[in-house]
Design a binder for this molecule. Structure first.
Ligand SMILES: [Zn+2]
Length: 109
Protein backbone atom coordinates (compact mmCIF):
# COMPACT_ATOMS: atom_id res chain seq x y z
CA UNK A 1 0.00 0.00 0.00
CA UNK A 2 1.33 3.39 -0.86
CA UNK A 3 1.47 6.36 1.45
CA UNK A 4 -1.54 8.64 1.39
CA UNK A 5 -0.31 12.21 1.42
CA UNK A 6 -3.75 13.73 1.72
CA UNK A 7 -7.00 11.95 2.43
CA UNK A 8 -9.92 12.44 0.14
CA UNK A 9 -12.18 15.23 1.31
CA UNK A 10 -15.23 17.16 0.43
CA UNK A 11 -14.81 20.89 0.21
CA UNK A 12 -17.73 23.25 0.48
CA UNK A 13 -17.99 26.44 -1.47
CA UNK A 14 -20.31 29.37 -1.39
CA UNK A 15 -20.68 32.29 -3.68
CA UNK A 16 -22.97 35.29 -3.60
CA UNK A 17 -23.82 37.74 -6.31
CA UNK A 18 -26.09 40.60 -7.20
CA UNK A 19 -27.72 39.76 -10.48
CA UNK A 20 -29.25 42.25 -12.84
CA UNK A 21 -30.67 41.22 -16.20
CA UNK A 22 -27.71 39.61 -17.93
CA UNK A 23 -25.14 40.87 -15.44
CA UNK A 24 -23.84 39.29 -12.30
CA UNK A 25 -21.67 41.09 -9.73
CA UNK A 26 -19.90 39.37 -6.85
CA UNK A 27 -20.94 40.38 -3.36
CA UNK A 28 -20.54 39.08 0.17
CA UNK A 29 -23.12 37.10 2.12
CA UNK A 30 -24.83 40.29 3.25
CA UNK A 31 -25.28 41.49 -0.31
CA UNK A 32 -22.52 44.06 -0.10
CA UNK A 33 -20.81 44.52 -3.42
CA UNK A 34 -17.19 43.34 -3.56
CA UNK A 35 -14.59 45.67 -5.06
CA UNK A 36 -14.94 45.60 -8.83
CA UNK A 37 -12.50 46.26 -11.62
CA UNK A 38 -13.01 49.55 -13.51
CA UNK A 39 -14.94 47.90 -16.38
CA UNK A 40 -17.21 45.95 -14.06
CA UNK A 41 -17.78 49.04 -11.96
CA UNK A 42 -18.86 50.95 -15.09
CA UNK A 43 -21.28 48.17 -15.92
CA UNK A 44 -22.59 48.14 -12.39
CA UNK A 45 -23.19 51.90 -12.43
CA UNK A 46 -25.28 51.50 -15.58
CA UNK A 47 -27.65 49.04 -13.96
CA UNK A 48 -31.06 50.23 -12.89
CA UNK A 49 -33.63 48.59 -10.69
CA UNK A 50 -33.24 46.19 -7.82
CA UNK A 51 -30.71 43.42 -8.24
CA UNK A 52 -31.54 39.91 -7.26
CA UNK A 53 -29.44 38.49 -4.44
CA UNK A 54 -28.27 35.06 -5.56
CA UNK A 55 -26.64 32.46 -3.33
CA UNK A 56 -24.83 29.46 -4.70
CA UNK A 57 -23.60 26.57 -2.62
CA UNK A 58 -21.80 23.55 -3.91
CA UNK A 59 -19.57 20.77 -2.70
CA UNK A 60 -16.72 19.15 -4.45
CA UNK A 61 -15.00 15.88 -3.72
CA UNK A 62 -11.23 16.02 -3.88
CA UNK A 63 -9.66 12.65 -4.42
CA UNK A 64 -6.90 11.45 -2.12
CA UNK A 65 -3.31 12.22 -3.08
CA UNK A 66 -0.83 9.42 -2.64
CA UNK A 67 2.83 8.88 -3.23
CA UNK A 68 3.59 6.10 -5.67
CA UNK A 69 6.59 3.79 -5.26
CA UNK A 70 8.27 5.76 -8.04
CA UNK A 71 8.05 8.94 -5.96
CA UNK A 72 5.39 10.64 -8.04
CA UNK A 73 2.35 12.17 -6.38
CA UNK A 74 -0.79 10.78 -7.89
CA UNK A 75 -4.42 11.52 -7.42
CA UNK A 76 -6.34 8.36 -6.53
CA UNK A 77 -9.14 9.09 -8.94
CA UNK A 78 -10.46 5.73 -10.05
CA UNK A 79 -11.42 5.12 -13.66
CA UNK A 80 -14.55 3.18 -14.66
CA UNK A 81 -12.90 -0.01 -13.46
CA UNK A 82 -12.02 1.46 -10.08
CA UNK A 83 -8.31 1.64 -10.90
CA UNK A 84 -5.86 4.49 -10.57
CA UNK A 85 -2.76 4.55 -12.71
CA UNK A 86 0.52 6.30 -12.11
CA UNK A 87 2.66 7.58 -14.97
CA UNK A 88 5.13 4.80 -14.20
CA UNK A 89 2.54 2.16 -15.03
CA UNK A 90 1.78 1.06 -11.45
CA UNK A 91 -1.84 0.55 -10.67
CA UNK A 92 -3.77 1.07 -7.44
CA UNK A 93 -7.27 0.96 -6.11
CA UNK A 94 -8.79 4.07 -4.62
CA UNK A 95 -7.46 3.13 -1.16
CA UNK A 96 -3.89 3.08 -2.47
CA UNK A 97 -3.49 -0.69 -2.52
CA UNK A 98 -1.36 -2.03 -5.30
CA UNK A 99 -3.36 -3.79 -7.99
CA UNK A 100 -2.07 -5.51 -11.08
CA UNK A 101 -3.04 -3.60 -14.18
CA UNK A 102 -6.03 -5.07 -15.93
CA UNK A 103 -3.90 -5.99 -18.94
CA UNK A 104 -2.08 -8.48 -16.71
CA UNK A 105 -5.18 -10.04 -15.24
CA UNK A 106 -5.58 -13.68 -16.02
CA UNK A 107 -8.95 -14.91 -17.12
CA UNK A 108 -8.70 -18.31 -15.49
CA UNK A 109 -11.43 -18.13 -12.93
ZN1 LIG B 1 4.53 5.67 -10.07
Amino acid sequence: MIRIIREGRTTHHEEFSLDFKGYSFPCDFRGKLLPLGPEAQKNFDKQTGQPEFVERYWSEYEYPIAECYCGAEIELRPDQEGLCYCYCGKCFNSAGQSIRPRSEWEENY
